[in-house]
Write a protein that binds this ligand. Structure first.
Ligand code: FES
Ligand SMILES: [Fe+2]
Length: 364
């Protein structure tokens, strides 16, 4: 799966949070640092200096790049060594022979995306319909990681395998139990109505439609979508009518932890408050007893263990979309094994566009 994820541009940080001081990030099992040079260019380098291995986290950004604290080697955002102050002539003639491992990055939608796969397979950056064309009076808002039980920004990562978190996106029935009747009403009362559900998948991803007959006589069709291997769009959890205005990526830090980067298209004056998971408290402020009494997505998903064992599960009829997700990912892995390019990887800018069809659609 790591090999598959490396064929896509993956978000590694929120642009606005990356300033000159290096930030540690762990992506797909690799310890990296992300920083911004004085020309405002972001850089993503291997954490350990290629000289004698101390961390560049203690480095300092100067005009031409980041300088290692130990012996002062300086690397630009593409890992070129541009100074070796302890060597004759500042290392001219030998510094060209080393390169700090680095990954190509680009900033889109207010996130820093990295490409960590084979250079010859580098895809075009995929544009997503619902994040394009930001109009006057609108902005893109970046949040990470997001918990459905409260966007608590004090939490930096999710402590379970990425798939447990991502496949929850296509689990329409837990919304009625976990989010609306078992703990407390975590989003809206209407989710307490058990939906009837359709699901489907195609080459690019999978979706479900949850149908509910509301008490006021209206009907709402809630469409949630995922795209291989780790992207998704969840419509408004407040059940606001209309198309889904967000997209998010679930990116493994390693096998047992992950992060989720979300982008929302919102009115310019909209601020997302650190949502409360239970009245008066953010998720991170809850006591152990409150976590036990009012479990949400975090409790359910990390409660599956660091890596849930599929061999011990008993999938039922309501897990249809989970089956689709797993089958879809297996297909992508087969394609990769056979030397092909996975779905949703485009090499030409004009093809690299995805239509997002999630939303809450009301009708009589
Ligand atoms: S370990 Fe970085 S310059 Fe020596
Ligand atoms: Fe959930």
């Amino acid at each position: 799966m790591g090999e598959l994820m490396r064929r896509y541009w993956q978000p590694v940080a929120i642009s606005a949070q990356v300033k000159e001081d290096p930030i540690k990030v762990k992506v797909l099992g690799e310890d990296l640092i992300v920083f911004r040079d004085k020309k405002d260019r972001p850089g993503l380098l291997h954490n350990r200096c290629c000289h004698r291995g101390t961390t560049l986290y203690y480095g300092r950004v100067e005009d031409e790049g980041i300088r290692c604290c130990y012996h002062g080697w300086m690397f630009d955002v593409e890992g070129r060594c541009v100074d070796m102050p302890c060597e004759a002539d500042n290392g001219v003639g030998i510094r060209e022979k080393v390169r700090q491992p680095w990954y190509e990055v680009q900033e889109r939608y207010g996130l820093i995306f990295a490409y960590m796969g084979p250079p010859e397979k580098r895809p075009a950056f995929t544009r997503w319909s619902n994040l394009e064309d930001v109009q006057e009076g609108q902005k893109l808002l970046q949040v990470g990681p997001v918990f459905a039980s409260g966007a608590d920004r004090s939490v930096d990562y999710i402590d379970c395998n990425w798939l447990q978190h991502w496949e929850n996106t296509l689990d329409p029935f837990h919304v009625q139990v976990l989010h609306a009747t078992f703990s407390t009403v975590q989003f809206v009362e209407e989710f307490g109505i058990m939906p009837t559900v359709d699901w489907g998948s195609d080459e690019l991803g999978a979706h479900y439609v949850a149908y509910r007959d509301l008490e006021d006589g209206r009907k709402v069709d809630r469409v949630t979508c995922v795209w291989w291997p780790n992207t998704r769009s969840v419509p408004s959890v407040e059940l606001k009518p209309g198309p889904g205005h967000n997209l998010s990526w679930v990116v493994p830090q390693d096998d047992e932890t992950c992060r989720s980067f979300a982008v929302f298209k919102v009115p310019e004056d909209f601020e997302m408050e650190g949502a409360e998971a239970i009245p008066g408290k953010k998720w991170s402020e809850m006591t152990e007893e409150e976590h036990r009494r009012y479990p949400g997505d975090w409790e359910a998903q990390s409660g599956q263990g660091p890596i849930s064992l599929h061999s011990e599960e008993h999938l039922a009829g309501s897990d249809g979309a989970i089956r689709l997700i797993r089958a879809g990912l297996r297909d992508q892995l087969k394609t990769l094994e056979n030397g092909g390019d996975p779905a949703g990887v485009f090499f030409d800018d004009k093809d690299a566009y995805m239509e997002v069809t999630s939303g809450n659609f009301f009708h009589d």
